[in-house]
Design a binder for this molecule. Sequence first.
Ligand code: SF4
Length: 361
Amino acid sequence: MSDQKIERFRKKILDWSEKNPRPLPWKGEKNPYLIWLSEIILQQTRVEQGWTYYERFRTQYPQVEKLAAASGDEIMKQWEGLGYYSRARNMHTAAKYIKEELAGIFPDTYAGIRSLKGVGPYTAAAIASFAYDLPYAVLDGNVFRVLARIYGIDTPIDSTVGKRQFGELAQDLLDPKQAGRYNQAIMDFGAIHCTPRNPSCDNCPFRPDCQARQSGQVLNLPVKGKKIKKKTRYFHYLILNFEGQLILQKREERDIWRNLYEFPMIESSELHRSEAELVKSKLWQEMIGNCPFRLEAISPSFRQLLTHQKIIANFWEIQIEEAPENSDSFLIIERKNLRKFAFPKIIDLYLRDNSLYLKLL
Ligand code: SF4
């Protein structure tokens, strides 16, 4: 592409941004730690949802040392409801690394930022350009869409070739003299003007050149190649009531929701509604065994969709007369303390649904 065309593109994006300011709490922020917080929170999250969490983390942990000093359980509780919990675990690991290995000083090079746990190329480019104006082009979903449409590119954005092609184009178009401002402008343009379903083509500065607009392909771009096949998993949660107390476990396996809490859970290849199958499981034997119990209710099924999995769960409310042995592997807690723990969304849905009966909220 000629230098002239590149200059024209930059000018249009920056002029549009000037006329369409988008107020966000982290806009204009130069503190790399706070920029990093906002970028991690915004990965896979809508701005409207992430905003509250950003404000919460910024208030609770104004410096990286404060974040590093918090306990893992506390971080998970603050993150509860935001999903993709590996972000919270990685963020905590990175905060401890900055505190212990870098004397609390946030890295100021692209390579240094990229080496932090949980920071990929997009997040590193965003932090490097917003905090230090380093010339690294951001390539998020918004930028992919804007470039695919204006330049009529139908290479799948999740393919190796596509990532390279879009990456090179984004880097060529970046204004290296004002990288932070330019990156923010093109992301905002994608987020509020060239939107996925209702782009404002009629009053768009790129209307005369936009190839997708000219070929009627606007809603077909960008192209995604891989279709993610979701695996369905069936969870049976045992709400074991023992003298007004409940039993919880921490998920510690390398699986979804690591470090969150849950009720003892039996996973099987289908959802059961009678205990005949569940009593055979190792967990039922450990928790209830031959002790007398009373099955009070089985909840309707609840669903939660994750990127690669569909979770279907039901909840079994059971009165038991004796506490299970081997209490090292679980916690016995008072009902009123249940809300102190961070749970996956599907348990939260169940608790909210049953809040009157369980008197938990
Ligand atoms: S003309 Fe429409 S599709 Fe093209 S850049 Fe503008 S808003 Fe996006």
